[in-house]
Write a protein that binds this ligand. Structure first.
Ligand code: SF4
Ligand code: MG
Length: 325
């Protein structure tokens, strides 16, 4: 029973001032239905760009995105869009993927009441009739742990954690099956972070949601993800099931990242920048992007790009060294 979605992004660019940054470079990512995939990397590695492109927010300045959705039904849905054909994705397809942002305050319209923030899209897209809208909004608010009595209020009348619940409610209101969470808890207090993570876990269980969980916090990713993808300068360098990746990292970059992570403490397991500067994404190094920082780099690494290849049963690694083993 084929039941997974494969989302491929190729040579996507994002504009930074006048120069084109190839923020995401020929990335292929398989996400199984119902799975939580954690996407990890240092800031500027392209993980947000990848998330936005998958959510259909913005269009690549060059290249294209191919999304292949394989389901139990015989007709797999496919879509492809690039800078000129962004409109090709159907409305339903776009709504099925929703994004939860880091800062709920800047992603919520301050002039709108919560009832409209949550209720507008489902009404416009025909998920609910106007006469049932109020009950629909009440239902969504209860699901995300908000008191529906407050539906006439504005975003600034809520706490940071509650605002994030509003953002999640707005996403859920159009019945998505795939949520892309981009640093969705990073701006919240630690105690509130735990509550929002629990909400994500509960929603997954209740609604069968699939997640791409983008974060630089390894502790959170280890907690919530079934599988982890490690990204470095626009490329995925390693993916594996979470337990396997943390127990047996194989790519030198992943190994360096995990070495920064205090294993015995649950306090703030964010990684420190590892040795050496991250090269500018405007001019990434040739060959393996990681070679200037890699203790194992050889001449081949400076010229030839390592492709992401199966290594063992569950791992995929993009490294000449690992491939040779
Ligand atoms: Fe290091 Fe070479 Fe592997 Fe890149 S390909 S991570 S430089 S050993
Ligand atoms: Mg980001």
């Amino acid at each position: 029973r084929l039941n997974y979605a494969e989302r491929i992004a190729g040579w996507l660019g994002a504009r930074a001032e006048e120069q084109v940054v190839h923020a995401v470079d020929d990335v292929s990512l398989t996400i199984h239905r119902g799975e939580v995939v954690g996407l990890v990397g240092e800031s500027g590695c392209g993980k947000s760009t990848l998330g936005r492109m998958l959510a259909g927010i913005g269009t690549p300045s060059s290249g294209s995105i191919r999304t292949i959705e394989k389901t139990a039904e015989p007709s797999a849905s496919r879509s492809e869009h690039d800078g000129t054909r962004a409109g090709q994705r159907t409305a339903r397809h776009r709504l099925a993927t929703q994004m939860i942002f880091q800062d709920p305050l800047s992603s919520l319209n301050p002039r709108k009441r919560v009832r409209d923030i949550i209720g507008e899209a489902p009404l416009v897209h025909g998920f609910v009739e106007r006469k049932h809208l109020d009950a629909y909004v009440v239902d969504v608010m209860e699901r995300v742990g908000l008191n529906p009595d407050f539906r006439e209020r504005f975003p600034h009348q809520f706490s940071g954690g509650q605002r994030q619940r509003i953002g999640i409610g707005r996403a859920l209101a159009v019945k998505p099956d795939f949520l892309i969470c981009d640093e969705s808890i990073a701006a919240l207090d630690v105690s509130i972070q735990a509550q929002i993570i629990n909400l994500f876990v509960q929603l997954r269980r209740d609604l069968g949601l699939t997640y791409l969980f983008i974060s630089h916090d390894l502790g959170v990713v280890e907690h919530i993800s079934d599988r982890v993808a490690i990204m470095y300068l626009g490329r995925i360098v390693e993916t594996a099931p979470t337990v396997e990746l943390f127990a047996n990292p194989r790519h030198p970059y992943t190994i360096a990242l995990l070495a920064q992570m205090p294993r015995l403490s649950n306090r703030k397991r964010q990684f420190e920048p590892i040795q050496g500067e991250i090269p500018s994404p405007l001019a990434p190094p040739d060959g393996c992007h990681f070679h200037p920082r890699c203790p194992h780099a050889t001449q081949r690494c400076r010229t030839e790009r390592p492709m992401l290849r199966a290594s063992g049963t569950a791992h995929q690694v993009a490294c000449h060294l690992v491939e040779a083993q």
